[in-house]
Design a protein around this ligand. Structure first.
Ligand code: SF4
Length: 375
């Protein structure tokens, strides 16, 4: 059995069932992104999508049968997930893992599902809900200008059908930066989309990219992004720090000297300026992407603002040697938080890794290399 799936989903949808509604990205021009660069956008026929949902139901039934035979009290355990994958391959593994995580959330792929006509999307969402009544969260990616073109009434229809949240690549609130990286949207599009999405009762998550303005636009990027967040008050912002990937237009711009990437500390200072400039919002801040140096930078505004700024200040106050240790330890997966440096075994282990890295320039190259592997 087979269903079609796309390559990516947000970090928070790791436990979700992935249903592909369209293929690839209809814009595909953002200078930093290579996810769909060689792929053409297309819409999937409704019948194929509904058939995929039926296929998932059949696979889920098989997995549940396996779990009745093997799992304690018919539960889908980690062993059942492994067994389903080993016996039947990727789709069974994916569906079994989804059931293991509760079988409650679904993510609609790929980059911009709202491009689908509202009536069709409503049908897909309702069908998922009817086939899997336990599902209580359906989310998707959408581009700001596409969402802004929907009426608030259409977005409400999607919410009433069962759509819960829209994940949106904001990247920056600065029109200069958005134009520079060819995002194809403006701050006005972001705010119009936010107004309608939140007005329709949907949850909105904006993805912010520290470092995207380079040294050239760092301050503007931070301040104007904060201004748009202040005006849009999204439910969530998620940091996803820039890593310049080979094969992207931004990489060529960097080689030509048109774009100067930020070093780790500069990106953290930029995040500090952005966070400090947030006022009057009730947004939750999430840093769960592996590319963020300070993964622990999480909380809800306004209450957690000072605590989050304190985490940044604690990092910035480290000595150069401690910063080098933390940066490498974080990138090597040894640390998840600053407090992990207090573990003497881990600290010594990272010091040993550092001895193999020759000087600050080499450390920067090593960190860049590790970061590129994450994307
Ligand atoms: S809209 Fe998203 S998927 Fe499409 S090119 Fe831009 S970042 Fe990549």
């Amino acid at each position: 059995m087979f269903i079609e799936q796309g390559p990516i989903r947000p970090p928070s949808e790791a436990g979700s069932l992935l249903i592909r509604v369209t293929r690839n990205c209809p814009w595909n021009r953002c200078a930093f992104c290579k996810t769909y660069k060689k792929e053409k956008f297309s819409r999937r026929p409704l019948a194929d999508i509904l058939q995929d949902i039926d296929t998932v139901r059949r696979v889920a039934e098989q997995v549940e049968q396996m779990s009745r035979q093997q799992g304690p009290a018919g539960r889908v355990t980690a062993e059942v997930v492994q067994e389903a994958g080993a016996r039947h391959g990727h789709l069974h593994y994916h569906v079994a893992a989804w059931l293991y995580y509760g079988g409650k959330s679904v993510f609609l792929q790929d980059a911009n599902s709202l491009i689908v006509k509202t009536a069709e999307l409503v049908q897909i969402i309702k069908y998922i809900r009817s086939v899997f009544p336990a599902v209580d969260r359906i989310t998707t990616y959408a581009r700001a200008n596409t969402a802004a073109r929907k009426t608030e009434g259409e977005l409400r229809e999607l919410r009433e059908a069962g759509l819960s949240r829209i994940h949106m690549g904001m990247e920056s609130g600065s029109d200069t930066v958005l134009k520079f990286i060819q995002k194809g949207i403006t701050a006005a599009d972001l705010l119009e989309a936010a107004r309608k999405i939140r007005g329709a009762g949907l949850s909105l998550c904006w993805y912010i990219m520290p470092g995207l303005g380079g040294r050239e636009y760092s301050r503007e990027h931070a301040l104007e992004t904060a201004a748009v967040i202040n005006a849009g008050n999204p439910d969530f912002i998620r940091f996803r720090t820039l890593s310049v990937l080979k094969g992207t237009p931004l990489y060529e711009m960097m080689k030509n000297g048109e774009f100067t990437p930020l070093e780790e500390d500069e990106a953290v200072e930029e995040q500090r300026l952005l966070l400090a400039s947030l006022q009057g919002v009730t947004t939750a801040v999430v840093s769960d992407h592996i590319l963020n140096l300070l993964q622990e930078l999480e909380g809800t505004l306004p209450g957690d603002k000072d605590r989050m700024l304190g985490i940044i200040d604690r990092y910035l106050a480290l000595s150069p040697a401690e910063k080098a240790n933390y940066q490498l330890g974080r990138r090597a997966g040894v640390y998840a938080a600053l407090d992990d440096m207090k573990n003497p075994n881990r600290y010594r282990y990272v010091e040993k890794l550092l001895r193999d890295v020759d000087g600050p320039e080499s450390l920067q190259k090593t960190l860049d290399r590790i970061r590129r592997q994450f994307v």
